[in-house]
Design a binder for this molecule. Structure first.
Ligand code: ATP
Ligand code: CA
Ligand code: CA
Length: 169
């Protein structure tokens, strides 16, 4: 197992925001691998515009609570401000999985509680490791993805996108 962060952006220069977030993670959080880049329509109740999504496999000595604080700090630094729940935002950083740990406190639930319903999280995670299982239920993420379907998800750039200049190929 490892630690996986789900990234999303649907305001401003979405791609640049995701790259800025990846670059802001070190040195406290080391990025081992980044998934392909996907575009997904906002899922109700989230309003448009569409999201860009990706996932990162990371290593860190921060415990889950401290990692969440770090992620919220990066969101704030990238211009995210509190607004209505699920409102549009320049960046969203969620802890998808933290090894096989299960956390269920007021401020933090890991695995992310809506992971199993979201192709835009499951597909990027499976890009990184295709044998991932849900630590609480033991279900394979590939089976969860088959259940929810991924027809709405468009892969817009292959792995390595965050290291390349943007191209419209
Ligand atoms: P969703 O949780 O459905 O993806 P969201 O990401 O838009 O919605 P936010 O407004 O970003 O929700 O976060 C609301 C709160 O969720 C955060 O302040 C945080 O305390 C809490 N939270 C609980 N579990 C997690 C997690 N695994 N990763 C990130 N935040 C979490
Ligand atoms: Ca989220
Ligand atoms: Ca969030």
């Amino acid at each position: 197992m490892a630690i996986y962060i789900a990234l999303g952006a649907n305001l401003g220069d979405r791609r640049a925001n995701l790259i800025a977030a990846l670059e802001a993670l070190p040195p406290l959080v080391r990025v081992d691998a980044v998934s392909s880049l996907y575009e997904s329509p906002p899922q109700p109740p989230s309003p448009p515009p569409a999201y860009l999504n990706a996932a990162a496999r990371v290593e860190t000595d921060l415990d889950p609570e401290a990692l969440l604080v770090h992620l919220k700090r990066i969101e704030h630094d990238l211009g995210r401000r509190p607004t209505v729940r699920w409102g549009p935002r320049p960046i969203d950083l969620d802890i998808a999985l933290y090894d096989d740990r299960i956390v269920d406190t007021r401020d933090l639930q890991v695995p992310h509680p809506r992971l199993d319903k979201r192709a835009f999280v499951l597909r990027p995670l499976l890009d990184l490791d295709d044998d991932l299982e849900h630590p609480a239920t033991g279900e394979r993420l590939i089976d969860l993805l088959a259940r929810v379907g991924e027809a709405d998800l468009v892969r817009v750039e292959r792995r390595g996108w965050h290291e390349r200049p943007h191209s419209s190929e």
